[in-house]
Design a protein around this ligand. Structure first.
Ligand code: FAD
Length: 499
């Protein structure tokens, strides 16, 4: 029987274990899968906001939605509300916009986005075209009373407790035959470009394939790297540290069904509401402020007292050039990391594990197949990096050293550079991004960032005054209908957790 050993019991390790087990062992044991986790090295313990593809993962591995929500203190996420990413208005109003997961389509002479651009723009783009935004404003979910598991009127994802999610997946995996080994890997023995064995405090481990889920340290893959394998993004993404804290919410608090990303003096902070608490973090550039200054600024931002203890995390921003070398594949933080502005960490894990299954032929795997896997993952990372850079380059903030230092030349982001020059003169639409290999974010997402951050094209399309009124009246009606029929966040969570 072929064997796979996963090292690391963080979210990456357990998500990969569950997915590989489902892929190979659903119809009887064909592959022996074991996961080794160290009792001495903690998991990173963050990673609590997700994108809608998390639902594909949960469904692919046969997890029930209600069970998942109960077990992980999860809440619903309709999108991300960005605050303060552009300078305030002359009247001092804080700039804000949302990146929801849906967009209405109306069959008319022109598409909805072009219609909005040509219209009088009485309302912001997100308010004009999204049902999820309208729901979020009223603390509603996209679920109606009769919604079945994973069903909704518009796409959504979740906020979840990272530790509880790990424990939940561990239980699920073990119940389906994955072996858990509690051991600390002390040494990795490699020969001729392959891992031969692992030395642990509980003995030696051999395996056909190894999945490196050891986090930023990439304990296994780094043993096989013969040349410089790190592709840094630090020239275009300045943030390299985070300070985090969890805050308790009392029972009267209604959790937001969206993530908040609030730009601060040297980066941005997240607020992720779970059923019982909020996860908060400040992602910042250590070239611009010290950990102490970041802590102070963040404490003030959250209104916390001086006794509060924060957690500090170093972030290695970039990716490995080869994520699969010989018989070892890096998944999770060991493969790379991009700041969590669009909550993509868990999605990258799912994608990597899925791509691994599609590429893997065990001992028959060819180098060309590994090359293809590496290219797919590299393209995905690079495009995601461009999407994150977009949020920074469109900002007009100049109120601190950090915001003044944002590289605006877009060197190293050639694809984004050419897209932005095209989008200066035309609407951003499906065909502009559909040829990318990764499909990480579609034109729908790009438009929310572009138009939310005031990057409008100059259009030369004839139209008549009032032509678009019925388009936006129609969408407004759909928004009102949706708000009327959907469950509030509290109602949905109460029914799911206690119902
Ligand atoms: P880790 O959690 O670090 O796990 C490493 C594992 O390896 C541990 O179990 C450890 O015990 C084991 N290990 C290490 N050394 C050894 C050894 N010698 N022997 C045996 N075992 C060993 N992602 C999102 O999707 N959404 C977010 O909102 C988000 N926010 C983030 C915020 C920050 C600040 C950071 C840094 C990341 C964020 N991420 C987010 C990414 C997300 O946290 C990670 O992708 C996810 O947690 C996976 O981590 P991991 O399992 O790769 O690593």
């Amino acid at each position: 029987m072929a064997s796979i050993t996963i090292v690391g019991g963080g979210t990456a390790g357990w998500m990969t274990a569950v997915l590989l087990n489902q892929a190979y062992n659903k119809f009887g044991n064909t592959v022996s899968i074991q996961l080794v986790e160290s009792p001495d090295v903690d998991i990173v313990g963050v990673g609590e906001a997700t994108v809608p593809a998390i639902k594909d993962f949960l469904q692919a591995v046969g997890i029930d939605e209600a069970e998942f929500i109960k077990s992980t203190n999860a809440t619903i996420k309709n999108g991300i509300l960005f605050k303060n990413w552009c300078a305030p208005t002359e009247e001092g109003e804080v700039h804000q916009y949302m990146h929801p997961f849906d967009q209405e389509r109306v069959e008319k002479r022109l598409d909805v986005a072009t219609s909005w651009l040509l219209s009088s723009r009485n309302k912001s783009y997100d308010d004009s075209v999204s049902i999820a935004k309208a729901l979020s404003d009223k603390n509603l979910t996209p679920k109606v009373q009769q919604s079945k598991s994973f069903q909704s009127i518009v796409p959504y994802s979740y906020h979840l407790d990272a530790r509880l999610f790990g424990q939940f997946l561990r239980k699920h995996a073990i119940a389906r035959g994955v072996t858990r080994v509690e051991a600390h890997v002390n040494n990795v023995v490699a020969k001729e470009g392959k891992i031969v064995s692992l030395s642990t405090d509980k003995g030696e481990i051999t395996s056909d394939l190894f999945i490196d889920c050891t986090g930023f340290r990439a304990l296994l893959l780094s043993k096989l790297e013969e040349q410089e394998n790190w592709h840094s993004y630090s020239d275009v993404l300045l943030c390299d540290k985070a300070v985090t804290i969890q805050t308790e919410n009392d029972t009267s608090y209604a959790p937001n069904p969206y993530t908040i990303s609030h730009a601060l003096s040297a980066g941005w902070s997240w607020k992720i509401d779970l059923q019982n608490r909020s996860g908060n973090g400040y992602v910042y550039s250590s070239r611009h402020i010290s950990p102490e200054q970041a802590e102070l600024e963040f404490r003030k931002h959250l209104g916390l007292d001086e006794q509060t203890k924060f957690n500090h995390i170093d972030m290695h921003v970039g990716r490995r050039r080869q994520q699969w070398i010989g018989n070892c594949v890096a998944v999770g933080l060991s493969s790379g990391f991009i700041e969590p502005l669009e909550s993509t960490g868990l999605h990258l894990i799912y994608l990597a594990a899925r791509q691994f299954v599609l590429h893997n032929n065990f001992s028959k795997t060819q180098q060309s197949t590994r090359d293809n896997y590496n290219k797919t993952m590299n393209d995905t990372y690079d495009e995601l990096k461009d999407f994150i850079v977009l949020h920074y380059v469109l900002s007009d903030r100049t109120d601190s050293e950090f915001w003044r230092d944002i590289p605006k030349t877009l060197d190293g982001c050639e694809l984004l550079k050419s897209r932005l020059s095209v989008w200066k003169h035309k609407v951003c639409e499906y065909f502009d991004v559909s040829n990318s290999t990764s499909h990480m974010f579609s034109d729908v997402s790009y438009r929310y960032i572009l138009y939310g951050m005031n990057y409008f094209p100059e259009l030369d399309i004839p139209f008549v005054e009032g032509e678009f009124d019925d388009v936006f009246a129609y969408i407004e009606n759909r928004q009102q209908q949706a708000c009327h029929h959907t469950l509030s966040h509290k109602e949905y969570l109460n029914a799911t957790v206690h119902g």
